[in-house]
Write a protein that binds this ligand. Structure first.
Ligand code: TRP
Ligand code: SF4
Length: 362
């Protein structure tokens, strides 16, 4: 954090966002320029929240974290506009997923965004490949970036990944495009792995500021949720390593029962020594996605685990039942908005006007 100039949220900042479990639980552990956004919220000024996700498959517990933050920062102020990039260019360049495949996958993705509570009246959802303003901004940015910079930031990569990086700069600057009302504070909630893109975009924005008035984008960074098997990251290649939002009940059951915990070798040892919830992936799922309004429940699990009063079998059962209940509720909301999601994807695919629900817009 020091090396790259990131700050941890201060007590005041956490206080300001204390209606968000991911601030209270320090899941968002770093940021850039968060005060710029807090000022905008306080004074009722307009700001944008922008993020993007590759449509490589159904959302899982990791990508859904980004979705929840995105929706929260939109809902935090009536002056916020939400701009969402379906990163189909990156999905092709990085994962070999065709634009047509991306379009199909995007329906499920967008339905999750809507079920999470996105306000469509002030949201713009688009495909990278179809949004010409993003291409304009990427072109604008590219002139100031050397190959040496690309290599230094991303390593030696094929042109497609460099192209995706330029397109992502276009994404991040899109809310400041004249068609969306010009320069404005923009918050980009992402996982910490995205920081290189933010650094590059902030450089570009500050270089282009004299002529175009860009504001350097602010960002928040969340911890990356670990794989169910206890390794560092979830992997698309191993479905047992993550829970997808489309997994059915029996699959979720199987995955949780199979998941890595912070438990001891034997029940007796666990009663003596206590468990290690900080190592436990099941606890992590609860921390990221459960008990949003019940911090006490989470604290209780932690406390009892450390004290050896709780064994993994029963603990998993509790978290599992609560998770399934949560997922069912989400699914109920999602089925309701699925037709709308189809419409939005179709419109985005056909380059329809800004802002999805009403005409008007920025
Ligand atoms: N690069 C991001 C990922 O790997 C996706 C992404 C595309 C994005 N455009 C963005 C993230 C703009 C934040 C802002 O998933
Ligand atoms: Fe994880 Fe619960 Fe086992 Fe503790 S008791 S290690 S929180 S599953």
């Amino acid at each position: 954090m020091e090396q790259f100039g990131l700050s941890g949220p201060t007590k005041e900042q956490v206080e300001f966002f204390q209606d968000a479990p991911f601030f209270r639980r320090r899941i968002i552990f770093a940021h850039r320029d968060l005060d710029v956004i807090i000022d905008a919220i306080r004074s009722g000024r307009e700001y944008a929240v922008l993020t993007g996700i590759k449509p490589t498959g159904d959302y899982h517990m990791g990508t859904f974290q980004t979705v929840k933050e995105f929706v929260y920062f939109q809902r935090k102020s009536p002056q916020a506009i939400a701009v969402f990039s379906i990163a189909d260019i990156e999905a092709w360049e990085d994962n070999g997923i065709s634009f047509e495949e991306s379009k199909k996958i995007a329906i499920s993705n967008v339905s999750d965004l809507l079920a999470a509570g996105l306000d469509l009246e002030r949201a713009y959802i688009y495909f990278q490949s179809k949004e010409i303003r993003v291409h304009e901004l990427a072109a604008l940015a590219a002139r100031g970036i050397t190959l040496a910079t690309m290599r230094a930031v991303y390593g030696e990569r094929h042109m497609g990944l460099y192209l995706s990086a330029l397109v992502q700069i276009g994404d991040i600057l899109l809310p400041q495009h004249p068609d969306l009302g010009g320069p404005k504070p923009t918050l980009v909630p992402v996982g910490i792995d995205q920081d290189p893109h933010l650094r590059l975009t902030r450089d570009v924005a500050s270089k282009l500021k004299p002529k175009w008035g860009f504001v350097e984008p602010a960002s928040t960074y969340h911890l990356i949720i670990r794989s169910l098997l206890g390794d560092k990251k979830m992997s698309k290649r191993d479905p047992m390593s993550y829970i997808s939002l489309r997994d059915d009940e029996s699959l979720v059951r199987k995955k949780i029962l199979n998941a890595f915990t912070g438990g001891r070798e034997t029940a007796q040892l666990q009663r003596e020594l206590g468990g290690e919830p900080w190592k436990c992936v099941v606890y992590e799922i609860a921390k990221f996605h459960l008990y949003a309004d019940k911090d006490e429940e989470l604290e209780k699990i932690y406390r009892e685990c450390v004290a050896g009063e709780r064994l993994c079998g029963e603990c998993k059962m509790q978290i599992l039942e609560d998770l399934i209940e949560e997922m069912k509720e989400h699914e109920r909301r999602r089925i309701e908005v699925l037709p709308t999601a189809r419409q939005i994807v179709e419109r985005a695919w056909n380059r329809q006007p800004l802002y999805t629900a009403s005409s008007g817009g920025a």
